[in-house]
Design a protein around this ligand. Sequence first.
Ligand code: SF4
Ligand code: SF4
Length: 223
Amino acid sequence: MSDNNPLFEQPDPSLYSPTKKGPIGSFFSPVAGFGVTFSTIFRPTVTEEYPYKKVPTRPRYHGLHKLNRYADGLEKCIGCELCAWACPADAIYVEAAPNSPGAQYSPGERYGRVYQVNYLRCIFCAYCIQACPTRALTMSNEYEITAPTREEMIYEKHQLLVPLAQGMLNPPHPMVEGTTDADYYQGNVTGPTQAQIDWVAEHRPDDPSLEGARASQKAEGEK
Ligand code: SF4
Ligand code: SF4
């Protein structure tokens, strides 16, 4: 090695020294840190008074999961477990069960009998909803997810399944006559049919969803 080799020359120390201030900079230097404070004092307050006032989230905020239904009330979840496999936090547990003519909960062969989301594990990444082939699983804007015990932070299917909308028929009940699961996926089912209403009336005459389904069927017929 030679001291004359330019590769081993010491760099100019001024490159790494603090920038030298001029006379004005030197004068204000002791109070420069208060600049941010003083400029913020005159801005509007942004403190959110949660939980007294709830601020709406952004529309695409990832909150509580929802298990959705088709227009006739059948569940969209087919128990395929793709959401559970896609989850990087291992937060979803699904157990499927076969549908049968007397107990049809979703179109096709199977439905999600057990569905759990562990909110102590979930990181709200939404990989699960992207993996779902039937759009059964989506995420809402609901962010108040809390419980007094660890066990209760595991949300069960009945807490995630959306309630019946007006006119929907409570499952189990047969699929719309003459349709396949593909018709459901393609959005060809627009509500319960008379045959489905009759089936529920025969097997569960006290089902509270019957009244709404009948009213909706009647309104549809009058159009
Ligand atoms: S949002 Fe992410 S972490 Fe939460 S259950 Fe879905 S895949 Fe798992
Ligand atoms: S929510 Fe979707 S991905 Fe998960 S088990 Fe049900 S159908 Fe399959």
